[in-house]
Design a protein around this ligand. Structure first.
Ligand code: UTP
Length: 291
């Protein structure tokens, strides 16, 4: 797997029930952390990792994501006319010129594995990335998580899955890996289980929303039957890849993850990002002082 990472899949066809009623009309990925939607943070991370082809797996309710990355002629003309160049650059910069966006639909929300399978016709025969935009990973001015993973995958000729230590009592919320350590950050995965009870969990290393995988995963997904939660699970296909001796590494990325798939995580991410902004940090401190 020594080719560079060019394609990244964003499975964004979930229902986003934890943000109802907002997600009745607004895609979860369009919820903002300050002035940028979650999907923008993920796209920036993919582009920084070297991707030039982004595949969004969407559904009929998620047109806003395509609109967001589309050219906004009227708005751009107005900003140009008014000489608002900084804003114009921001509006045009949602997707850099050399990057193309491809939209495929997942007709029914049959699970993450099924959503990834929908991107099969666009991927070809090189390793590719998968990013779940709910997981916002911030690494300051350091390398983004996906770039760290792409470099490791190319170097080791292996699939790479982002992991993070979670409290033992929370294993039921995650895919959990059983892995043999290689160094401080990476480990060779032996086995993966989707949402095990704490007593059955092989470790507290939880899979988070970044993957670099070989295209072989698609054949395995095609043969994956419904698993935990009645959905087609990506974890089950990765487990099949491991069984056929595929080399997959668990990687403890450098950076802080915010789980923006739930309200507490979105609040945390918002406060954290506000604290990075010299104009907003005093506002956060002022509010905190009054609590
Ligand atoms: P989640 O488990 O977070 O589900 O999916 P969800 O529907 O987005 O949100 P809740 O739990 O109802 O609040 C993890 C990722 O997999 C995608 C989601 O869009 C999200 O990025 N997904 C999930 C799909 O694209 N299709 C599916 O059928 C299921």
């Amino acid at each position: 797997m020594s080719q560079p990472l060019r394609k990244v899949v964003f499975p964004v066809a979930g229902l986003g029930t934890r943000f109802l009623p907002a997600t009745k009309a607004v895609a979860k990925e369009m919820l903002p952390v300050l002035d940028r939607p979650l999907i923008q943070y993920a796209v920036d991370e993919a582009v920084e990792a070297g991707a030039d082809t982004l595949i969004f797996v969407t559904n009929r309710y998620k047109h806003a994501i395509a609109d967001y990355f589309d050219k906004a002629y009227e708005l751009e003309a107005k900003l140009l006319q008014k000489g608002k160049n900084a804003l114009l650059a921001m509006v045009r910069g949602t997707l850099p010129g050399h990057v193309r966006a491809i939209f495929v639909t997942q007709p029914e929300a049959l699970g993450l594995g099924h959503a990834v399978l929908c991107a099969k016709p666009v991927i070809g025969d090189a390793p590719f990335g998968i990013m779940l935009p709910d997981d916002l990973i911030w690494n300051g001015s350091g390398k983004g998580a996906l770039r760290q993973m792409a470099e490791l995958g190319a170097r080791e000729d292996a699939g790479v899955i982002a992991v993070e230590e979670v409290p033992h009592e929370q294993t039921e919320k995650y895919g959990i890996v059983d892995a043999t350590p290689i160094d401080e950050r990476s480990a060779r995965i032996r086995h993966m289980v989707e949402k095990p009870k704490p007593a059955d969990a092989p470790s507290n290393l939880a899979v988070v929303g970044r993957y670099v995988l070989p295209p072989r995963i698609f054949d395995l997904l095609e043969h994956t039957t419904t698993g935990a939660g009645g959905e087609i699970q990506l974890t089950d296909a990765i487990e099949a890849l491991l069984k056929e001796q595929g080399k997959v590494l668990a990687y403890r990325f450098e950076g802080t993850r915010f789980d923006c798939g739930n309200k507490a995580g979105l609040v945390r991410a918002t406060i954290h990002m506000a604290m990075q902004d010299p104009a907003l940090a005093p506002v956060v401190r002022e509010i905190a002082a009054t609590l």
